[in-house]
Ligand binder design. Structure first.
Ligand code: PTJ
Length: 255
């Protein structure tokens, strides 16, 4: 691949793009994943490609919830495996949580490829290719989940989701932690906790928050989790986008 000059003003964004393209060339990311990434990039551009306070608060609440959970599971797809493989593995070790490959555009070959890719990076016992059951009422390929993974989890981390599964997981009385740059998406609205941030920033932040909160008593974790309100947090993110756009357009004094 061509060299990206380090002094390029969009160096970080271009390097992230490169990872997605490499994932695509390796058969891990689907063409639709490239489109989804572009949509994410557009929102991240508006956010100034930085993590905002509401996202950090959501990340802390998510870390508390994941630590309080008896059977947390990390659901991974093509995009997340390509963008943050090391953080997925680090988080699974910190939480003793299983990783499960769960795909919207599911083929057995892709599941195998993603599993092998993560195993090569050090992941163990990845679920998603055997002993599968179906999520009730879900017609997409994402309905196939591992019996001892997502199906029996109490909390599922779903970075970069496509919408209807989050709703069905909540209907199954599971907690859902979403990472999605779009605060208006169905996933963000349905999730128990939505981290509105780029997965490349949210996953390292989540690992750090888990490390920090791991030593805290259960009562403190419960306090952090119960103080969090997802609807209110999403409202703050939408307002933040509105204010940023108004400022950029020079309209701020008029609102
Ligand atoms: O690997 P598969 O087969 O499971 O397919 C994965 C995709 C991403 C194609 C599939 O889940 C899909 O179609 O997703 P959507 O419906 O396009 O939703 C993706 C959401 O993730 C959108 O709301 C994007 O804004 C958001 N998004 C994209 N890139 C990032 C992101 N959120 C956080 N970090 C990103 N880097």
């Amino acid at each position: 691949m061509e060299e990206i000059p380090q002094d390029h003003p969009r160096y970080v964004s271009l390097m992230i793009r490169r990872k997605i393209v490499e994932g695509f060339e390796a058969g891990i990311v689907v063409p639709q994943g490239l489109l989804a990434h572009g949509r994410g990039e557009a929102i991240d551009y508006i956010l100034g490609e930085t993590t905002h306070p509401p996202a950090l608060e959501a990340t802390r609440a998510a870390a508390a919830l994941l630590l309080l959970s008896k059977h947390p599971v990390i659901s991974v797809n093509g995009n997340t495996s390509s963008l943050v493989p090391h953080e997925i593995i680090r988080l699974s070790k910190l939480l003793k949580a299983r990783i499960e490959v769960n795909l919207f555009h599911r083929t057995p070959e892709r599941v195998k490829r993603i599993k092998e890719f993560l195993e090569k990076m050090g992941a163990e016992d990845i679920l998603g290719d055997s002993d599968l059951v179906e999520i009730p009422g879900l017609s997409s390929q994402r309905r196939f989940v591992a019996r001892e993974g997502i199906y029996s989890a109490d909390t599922v981390l779903v970075p970069l989701e496509d919408g209807d599964r989050a709703e069905k997981l909540v209907a199954m009385k599971k907690n859902v932690v979403a990472i999605d740059l779009n605060p208006l998406s169905r996933t963000s609205k349905a999730a128990t906790i939505s981290i509105v941030d780029n997965v490349v920033r949210a996953m390292p932040n989540l690992c750090r928050a888990v490390e920090e909160l791991k030593v805290k008593p259960t009562s403190e974790l419960e306090r952090i989790y119960h103080l969090f309100n997802n609807e209110e947090n999403l409202r703050r993110m939408i307002e933040l986008i509105f204010r940023r756009l108004s400022r950029l357009a020079g309209l701020e004094e008029q609102i």
